[in-house]
Design a protein around this ligand. Structure first.
Ligand code: G3P
Length: 224
């Protein structure tokens, strides 16, 4: 069950969130979620889904799935395998893994068939509006040029959040809206929520932090 408001941490393929380091970070996220009673989820590498989902009590997401069926698809990520490994949802169309629109549509359909919730990334409000017609569970708006930086979307481009919320909710008000890129502190989170977001998608602000737990607790303070 993925509740909002939420903080989703994208582990990407950083060294600090790969393999054994992914386990350590996942345990931190689970502990902080439990202690602060906050909705926190983690998007981990597909190779880590199984062991992480066995040890944490928070939702685990895949970073991607492929729109394929059972059969001859060597090396692809089968949605049903991802589900059986323990994921509840999947990211799709991340800025670092864009899909063309038809493939995105098929990927959302396949995720639904496999009972995986979908968190689809969009680069701006116009993109978000188009994606809203595909009825994913979440849309995460992330201006690509701010990803991995230190200036947050809520600071540099607040209108991207408010315009996206307006556009998405006017098409389907059940879709939850997240925002991300450059989010580093509680003020970034607070402002995102004030602008109408149902939560945030964050990576480097937590994964690359000197103290990951303190960085996460700071973001949590912005959500409450
Ligand atoms: O998926 C999250 C993301 O792309 C934002 O990355 O490092 O700017 O928080 P970051």
């Amino acid at each position: 069950m993925i509740k909002t408001p939420i903080i989703i941490i994208n582990f990407k393929t950083y060294e600090e969130s790969t393999g054994d380091n992914a386990i350590t970070l996942a345990e931190i996220c689970s502990k902080v979620a439990e202690e602060t009673k906050t909705s926190i989820a983690i998007a981990v590498q597909s190779t880590d889904i199984y062991r992480i989902s066995k040890i944490v009590s928070i939702p685990v997401l895949s970073q991607h799935i492929d729109a394929i069926d059972f059969g001859k698809n060597t090396g692809f990520l089968l949605p049903e395998s991802i589900k059986q490994a323990g994921a509840e949802a999947t990211l799709l169309n991340h800025s670092e893994h864009r899909l063309d629109f038809d493939l995105l549509k098929k990927s959302i359909e396949r995720a639904k068939q496999a009972e995986l919730k979908t968190v689809v990334c969009a680069k701006d409000a116009e993109d978000a509006e188009k994606i809203a017609h595909l009825n994913p569970d979440f849309i995460a708006v992330e201006p690509p040029e701010l990803i991995g930086g230190t200036i947050s979307v809520s600071e540099a481009k607040p209108e991207v959040i408010s315009d996206s919320v307006k556009a998405i909710k006017s098409i389907n008000n059940k879709i939850k809206v997240l925002c991300g890129a450059g989010i580093h502190n509680k003020d970034d989170v607070k402002k995102s929520v004030e602008l109408g977001a149902d939560g945030i998608l964050v990576a480097s602000g937590i994964v690359k932090a000197e103290n990951q737990e303190l960085a996460l607790r700071d973001l949590v303070n912005g959500l409450c």
